[in-house]
Design a protein around this ligand. Structure first.
Ligand code: SF4
Ligand code: SF4
Length: 405
């Protein structure tokens, strides 16, 4: 491990961003972790200062790129706690008065910490699981959900129109999302398939700080998918979406298929009449934008268009209600980037804040479009005894598809 290796993690644009921060603190006002934690190490801009300190210079571009720059490993160790006190939700970027991509700089800091071997203890198990079993959760059982279906799923079918990339969280922690997605694809008469040898999309590696492994997993997933010669890849997880759509190209991993979030595909099916909704839902719904799908992914309208088609048409403004912090400015569920594994109580506090927003607008159902959001909100609902139902969008759609031709 050399100093040069560490410095190579930073792009020139990021060095400029480090210099540009004026320490105004506006990012703190929008950070969900700081809002609920209030400790000094949760301040987003403070982590930038730490990064400057760690790379051994004040704020001079020439200083940063000088071969004499030294990474102080002691500082790196000290910074670990602060670097992982963050969900990588990206809200500090939106809140920054000059648009500093604080979140990406946090990824660089994590990458340095990972290389130095100082990741927080709870993440060491995740690291081992990812290395050995290619998912962050458990040694086996990725395909168990298939056996619980009463229909057959095409596996490794070549030349299909759609490959459903299930993702670790839908496959292992919340298989009802995988099953509902499969039911939707089947109901739409889609020519589709799944792979029996998926690896994590790589978002877990980025959260840990191992960028090399993220690239390696991305390359391997793309190679396997391309060998099946499919036209499109659809995902039901916001993290998978951000990875395939935005991070793979950033990692220089290119592919020859189109990438869609399931909400985009359902919207298309409904518009084309390939899916029909039977009974409409007459409870008040609010939609929670997952950070990785809206702010970091760019998908905002499609889930709302889908929800509008499953509530009564005439008074949709009554049945579909918005929380105050929504769309690009969405509030984090609190479960991202393994914060849940390191600080479970803090994750629950962030989720509770969001549930209170939903309660205040009279929502009876909170729906999201990411398994991590659903799991986090479900845990918080149970813990704080909240009177609200939590669903993923695919569950609501699958439940309300008309089976009449
Ligand atoms: S990425 Fe989100 S949690 Fe992390 S510092 Fe920025 S606003 Fe806070
Ligand atoms: S809002 Fe931007 S400029 Fe202000 S302290 Fe935060 S990162 Fe620095």
């Amino acid at each position: 491990m050399t100093t040069e290796n560490f410095l190579r993690e930073l792009k020139t644009s990021q060095i400029i961003e480090l210099e540009t921060c004026v320490r105004c603190g506006a990012c703190s006002e929008v950070c969900p972790v700081y809002e609920q934690d209030k400790s000094i190490i949760a301040v987003p801009a403070l982590k930038l200062q730490e990064l400057r300190k760690i790379i051994g210079k004040d704020v001079s571009i020439m200083g940063l790129i000088s071969p004499a720059s030294k990474v102080d490993l002691k500082e790196l160790r000290k910074a670990a706690e602060a670097a992982y006190l963050c969900t990588l939700c990206g809200r500090c970027w939106i809140g920054c008065i000059i648009g500093i991509r604080n979140r990406e700089l946090r990824e660089v800091l994590r990458s340095m910490i990972y290389r130095a071997g100082y990741i927080p203890k709870p993440l060491k198990d995740v690291d081992e699981l990812l290395l050995k079993y290619k998912n962050p959760y458990k040694p086996s059982g990725r395909l168990e959900w298939i056996r619980e279906l009463d229909f057959q799923i095409p596996v490794n079918a070549r030349g299909a129109n759609i490959l459903y990339f299930v993702g670790c969280t839908s496959a292992i922690r919340d298989p009802n999302i995988a099953k509902s997605t499969a039911y939707i694809l089947r109901s739409a008469g889609e020519n589709w398939t799944i792979m029996d040898n998926e690896w994590c999309c790589g978002s877990a590696w980025i959260a840990l700080g191992n960028m090399d492994a993220a690239k390696n997993f991305a390359e391997r997933n793309v190679k396997e998918i391309e060998s099946l010669n499919v036209e499109k890849v659809v995902v039901s997880c916001a993290e998978c979406y951000r990875m395939f759509k935005w991070e793979y190209p950033e990692l220089n991993v290119n592919y020859n298929f189109e990438v869609l979030h399931i909400s985009e595909l359902i919207n298309k099916y409904l518009n084309e009449g390939r899916l029909k909704i039977g009974k409409r839902i007459t409870e008040r719904i609010t939609y929670h934008d997952p950070c990785s799908l809206s702010r970091l992914g760019g998908i905002i309208n499609e889930p709302r268009n889908v929800l509008r088609q499953i509530i009564p048409k005439e008074v949709d403004f009554h049945y579909l209600v918005e929380m105050p912090e929504n769309k690009m400015n969405t509030y984090c569920c609190g479960g991202g980037a393994f914060l849940e594994f390191i600080h479970p109580e803090l994750t629950l506090k962030i989720a509770e804040h969001r549930l209170n927003q939903a309660n205040r607008i009279g929502a009876e159902i909170l729906v999201s479009s990411c398994p991590i959001c659903k799991i986090t909100f479900t845990n918080a609902t149970n813990k704080f005894n909240k009177n609200i139902k939590i669903y993923d969008i695919v569950e609501l759609v699958a439940r309300n598809i008309s089976t009449n031709p």
